[in-house]
Design a binder for this molecule. Structure first.
Ligand code: NAP
Length: 518
C-alpha cells in the first residue's frame, strides 16, 4: 500500500483527543494511532468513542489502537486485562489495526482473545528496546512472522549511533512492506524518513513537539515541509550532511528547498556521525555498500572534513587537487558506478563571496593586502584561495604556532592576535568562531582597528550581522556577511550533486528564514 504517515493521538482526556484527531487529519495524517494509554481515565467505552470520532470525521481513515504496557514505553500504568479490553473495543468500533506487545501477546489468553476479536482487523505485534539495538532483529522478525503470520511486526530500538540504523534498513528491505521498523533518538532520525523509501508499513510523526510519543519523533510539519514526505519513493536519490552536531544544520533546509524548486526526486538529510575517523569510515562503508539506499552525495562538516579526504583516497576515489592542498573534503559525490569523488567548495565559496562583495573579478585580488584572523579549517580554505589569487596575506591567530604552520604552507606572513593593533590591510577576514551565536557580543577584531575604506568579511553567519560587521558599518568600511560564503559553498555542492545551478537567492532566503526561527 506504500508507507503511510501515522500520527499518534496522546491527549489525557477524550475531549483533547478529539481536538488532536481533527488537527492531525487536517495536517495530513494518513493513519491515526490512538495511544489510549495516555488517557488519564481509560475505559473501553472511551476507546470505542474515539474510534467512532475518527470514522465520523473521515470514514476511510485507518486507525491503530495502541494501549502500551508501561514497561514498553506506555504512559499510564493500566492492568493487562483492561488494555486488552481497550483493543477489543477498538476493533469492535471499526479500528483496522491494534498494536500489542509481542511478549505479552504470548502470555495467558491474550492471544486467543485478540485473534477472536480481529474481525477483519490486523494485529501489529511490537517489541521495543529503549537501551540499544536488538541482538538479532532479523531473528525476532522471523519469530513473530512464524508465530502469527497475519501480524505486522513492529520493531523499534534506540540508535546510540547512526551506524545502529543499518540493521533496521536491512530488515525493512527484506520485509516487503510487512514491517514497521525505525530507531529512536537523534541518531535514529534518518530511519524515520528512510522507512518511507524502504517501504515500511507506516512511519510516525507527532502533531507538535509537546505531543511526541517517542524520543526523536519528527513533527508532521517537519516531515512534510523539511523532509519532503510527499515526494519520497523507492527511487528517491538521497543526499545529506555528515557532521556532529548537524541537527540545526541549515544545509538540510537549503538543499531540500532547491530540490523542491527544481522538481527533483531527491532528499537531503542531516547525518549525525558521532566519534572520529573509525566511526566515519564505518558509516561510509555502511552507505556505500548498500547502493539500494540511494545515497548519491554528502556535504561534510566539522569534525569529518579531513576524514572525508582520507576515506575517498583510501577507497580509490578521485580527490581534486585543491581539496588535497587544503587538507579537507567538504563534498563527496557517489558516482553511478559507486565510485567516490571528493571536492572542496569552501575555497570557491569564500572567493566568490569576497569578489562579489567587492564587485571585482578574482584577478582584482592580486597584491591586495589581506588580514585573515584565525587558522582553523575555514581559514585554510580562505587563505588557499587568496594565495592562489596573488593576494598578500597575513594570518593572525590566538595560537601563533598554528598561524606559523599555515603561513608556511601557503607562503604568507603570520602574527599573534595582539599584532592586530597595527593591521594595515585593505581586507580583513574573520575566520574564528568569535561573534557566533550565542556569544554574539564578541568580535575577533576590536572596533578601533577598523578604518574607513577597509572591507570586512566575517565568515560567521549566525547572526547574519555580527558585532564585527556592525563595527565595520559604523567605521564606514564595507561589510560582507558569512551567509554569502555559506550559500556559495552550498551552491557548489549542489552543482556537484546534480549538475545543475542552484538558485542562490532561494538559498539565501531559506538561510535567513532558518536563522530567524532559531
Ligand atoms: P576551527 O577549525 O575550530 O577554528 C577555529 C578558529 O577560531 C581557530 O583559529 C581558533 O584559534 C579561533 N578561536 C576560537 N575561539 C577563540 C577565542 N576565544 N579567541 C580567539 N580565537 C579563537 O573552526 P572553523 O571550521 O575554521 O570555523 C570557524 C568559524 O567559521 C565557525 O565558527 C563558523 O562560524 C564559520 N564558518 C563559516 C562558514 C561559511 O560558509 N560562512 C562555514 C564554516 C564555518 P586557535 O587556533 O587558537 O584555537
Amino acid at each position: 500500500m506504500g508507507t503511510k504517515l501515522a500520527v499518534p493521538i496522546s491527549a489525557k482526556g477524550v475531549g483533547g483527543a478529539k481536538r488532536q484527531i481533527e488537527f492531525a487529519i487536517s495536517a495530513g495524517a494518513e493513519v491515526i494511532e490512538l495511544r489510549v494509554d495516555y488517557l488519564e481515565k481509560l475505559t473501553a467505552e472511551s476507546v470505542g468513542e474515539l474510534v467512532g470520532d475518527v470514522k465520523s470525521f473521515r470514514r476511510d481513515m485507518p486507525v491503530i489502537v495502541t494501549c502500551r504496557d508501561k514497561r514498553q514505553g506506555g504512559e499510564g500504568n493500566y492492568a493487562e486485562e483492561l488494555r486488552v479490553n481497550a483493543l477489543i473495543e477498538g476493533l469492535r468500533a471499526g479500528a483496522e489495526f491494534v498494536d500489542f506487545e509481542y511478549e505479552n501477546f504470548m502470555r495467558g489468553n491474550n492471544r486467543g482473545r485478540l485473534e477472536e476479536a480481529l474481525n477483519g482487523g490486523r494485529l501489529i505485534l511490537s517489541a521495543h528496546n529503549f537501551e540499544r539495538k536488538f541482538i538479532d532483529i532479523n531473528d525476532l522478525y522471523q519469530e513473530i512472522r512464524r508465530t502469527c503470520p497475519g501480524a505486522i511486526p513492529k520493531l523499534v530500538y534506540t540508535a546510540n549511533h547512526i551506524n545502529d540504523c543499518f540493521d533496521g534498513f536491512d530488515l525493512l528491505r527484506r520485509a516487503d512492506g510487512e514491517a514497521i521498523v525505525f530507531c529512536m533518538g537523534e541518531a535514529g532520525l534518518i530511519s524515520r524518513v528512510l522507512a518511507i523509501k524502504l517501504g515500511g508499513f507506516v512511519t510516525f510523526a507527532s502533531l507538535d513537539e509537546e505531543s511526541s510519543t517517542a524520543p526523536g519523533q519528527l513533527t508532521i510539519k517537519e516531515f512534510k515541509d523539511l523532509y519532503r514526505y510527499d515526494c519520497i519513493g523507492s527511487d528517491t536519490e538521497v543526499f545529506g550532511v555528515i557532521g556532529e552536531p548537524v541537527v540545526h544544520s541549515m544545509s538540510t533546509a537549503i538543499h531540500n528547498a532547491c530540490f523542491v524548486e527544481k522538481g527533483m526526486n531527491s532528499l537531503y538529510l542531516p547525518l549525525l556521525v558521532q566519534g572520529g575517523k573509525q566511526d566515519f569510515e564505518e558509516f561510509m562503508d555502511n552507505v556505500v555498500s548498500r547502493g539500494w539506499l540511494g545515497f548519491r552525495g554528502f556535504s561534510v562538516t566539522i569534525p569529518h572534513k579531513h576524514n572525508a579526504l582520507e576515506y575517498v583516497k583510501a577507497r580509490g576515489g578521485l580527490v581534486e587537487s585543491l581539496a588535497k592542498r587544503i587538507g579537507a573534503v567538504n563534498t563527496i559525490v557517489v558516482g553511478d558506478d559507486g565510485r567516490l569523488a571528493g571536492y572542496n567548495t569552501d575555497y570557491a565559496g569564500a572567493l566568490d563571496a569576497i569578489c562579489g562583495g567587492l564587485g571585482i573579478e578574482r584577478d582584482g585580488l592580486k597584491n591586495m593586502r589581506v588580514a585573515v584572523v584565525g587558522a582553523g579549517g575555514v581559514s585554510r580554505a580562505v587563505v588557499a584561495g587568496l594565495a592562489d589569487a596573488g593576494a598578500e596575506v597575513k594570518i593572525y591567530n590566538r595560537t601563533v604556532k598554528k598561524a606559523e604552520r599555515q603561513a608556511g604552507e601557503f607562503g604568507c606572513e603570520f602574527a599573534g592576535l595582539d599584532k592586530l593593533v597595527d593591521v594595515r590591510a585593505e581586507l580583513v577576514i574573520n575566520c574564528t568562531s568569535l561573534g557566533m551565536y550565542p556569544e554574539t557580543d564578541a568580535s575577533a577584531v576590536a572596533r578601533e582597528y577598523i578604518r574607513e575604506g577597509m572591507t570586512v568579511f566575517d565568515t560567521v553567519y549566525n547572526p547574519p550581522e555580527t558585532l564585527l560587521l556592525r563595527y565595520a558599518k559604523e567605521a564606514g568600511a564595507r561589510a560582507i556577511d558569512g551567509i554569502s560564503m555559506f550559500v556559495n559553498q552550498a551552491a557548489g555542492q549542489f552543482k556537484h550533486f546534480t549538475g545543475e545551478q542552484a538558485d542562490k537567492e532561494l538559498m539565501r532566503k531559506t538561510v535567513c528564514e532558518c536563522l530567524a526561527n532559531k
